[in-house]
Design a protein around this ligand. Structure first.
Ligand code: SF4
Ligand code: SF4
Length: 294
């Protein structure tokens, strides 16, 4: 009989559980922006016209179903507030406010110290030196990242036989090729700006100072949960347009650590069981294919 998961593999993944401490220590190091230059996105809500070109560009760049962004379709889409999903990494929502209609882009915030990364036992979620929070194919579908995200961003492919987590990775592959994220490239109004986080904050402050009637004097993401690489400028208070303004400034890995140590050990081992199951499914499939060849 074929061996589906070796002892070495099992110990390797068990090791990843036992080195949680190391993961948390490393994540604390990311808060030092002097050492690492994070890149990010400045979303200027006052400039967004709700065309959804960013949604379409995101789908094209990631091989996802292409949304209909005709004016007619947009009217229908904006009747409900949408969340991101496994096939939509960024969505635009419409809000009626004291300052008129406002369109808000929802997406992964690429936290400076991400709860999702701290919680991921197999390091499928990673905070890159340049700020992006990416996910890898070794995701075992344990969903600890979902529980640990203050913005409820990671989404799980419940409908798939071997499900994984999906979310925006700020076009990390494009970044490595020297390209800006697809959504930024597609936006014609200047609502999305990609750049170094430090410079984006300077730019946001400059805009607030030069046009105080247009902006409220606050940059969402500058300090929330330890700071995020996606930053927002708005004309109306953020709590009026779907933002959680009660998150505080403490990084989430702090809470995640407490959470993980508080859960029964079986839940820590659960991902390993799922990994074993996944290996079994993959191994079984491979075995059947090989048998067919013989
Ligand atoms: S918003 Fe959630 S998924 Fe995105 S980096 Fe932060 S913790 Fe991770
Ligand atoms: S492409 Fe730009 S203007 Fe159009 S919906 Fe997206 S962010 Fe708004």
């Amino acid at each position: 009989m074929k061996k589906i998961i070796s002892r070495r593999e099992f110990l390797k993944y068990l090791g990843s559980v036992l080195t949680l401490e190391t993961i948390f220590m490393k994540s604390e190091g990311w808060s030092n922006e002097e050492k690492k230059e994070f890149y990010g996105l400045l979303v200027d809500i006052t400039k967004c016209i709700g065309c959804r070109r960013c949604e379409r560009a995101c789908a094209e760049a990631n091989g996802l179903p292409i949304p209909d962004i005709s004016e007619e379709k947009n009217k229908e889409v904006f009747k409900t507030l949408r969340d991101t999903s496994t096939i939509q990494y960024t969505v635009i929502n419409k809000y009626e406010t004291e300052k008129g209609t406002v369109y808000v882009s929802r997406r992964c915030m690429h936290c400076n110290q991400p709860g999702c990364v701290a919680a991921c036992l197999v390091k499928a979620m990673r905070k890159r030196e340049t700020g992006q929070v990416t996910w890898d194919l070794n995701c075992i579908g344990c969903r600890l990242c979902m529980i640990s995200c203050p913005f409820s961003i990671p989404k799980f492919e419940y409908e798939k036989a071997i499900p994984k987590i999906q979310k925006c990775d700020l076009c990390f592959d494009r970044f490595n090729k020297g390209l800006i994220p697809a959504c930024v490239e597609a936006c014609l109004t200047g609502a999305l700006t990609f750049g170094k986080r430090r410079e984006l904050i300077e730019e946001a402050k400059r805009r607030i100072k030069s046009d105080p009637d247009r902006y409220i004097p606050y940059i969402y993401g500058e300090y929330e949960v330890g700071g995020t690489c996606v930053l927002y400028l708005s004309s109306v208070p953020f709590e009026q347009i779907g933002f959680n303004t009660q998150l505080g400034y403490e990084p989430y890995p702090k809470y995640t650590t407490g959470f993980l140590y508080a859960v029964p050990f079986i839940f820590i081992l659960w991902p390993l069981a799922m990994l074993g199951f996944r290996k079994a499914v993959e191994g079984g499939k491979k075995y059947r294919e090989e048998e067919k060849k013989d």
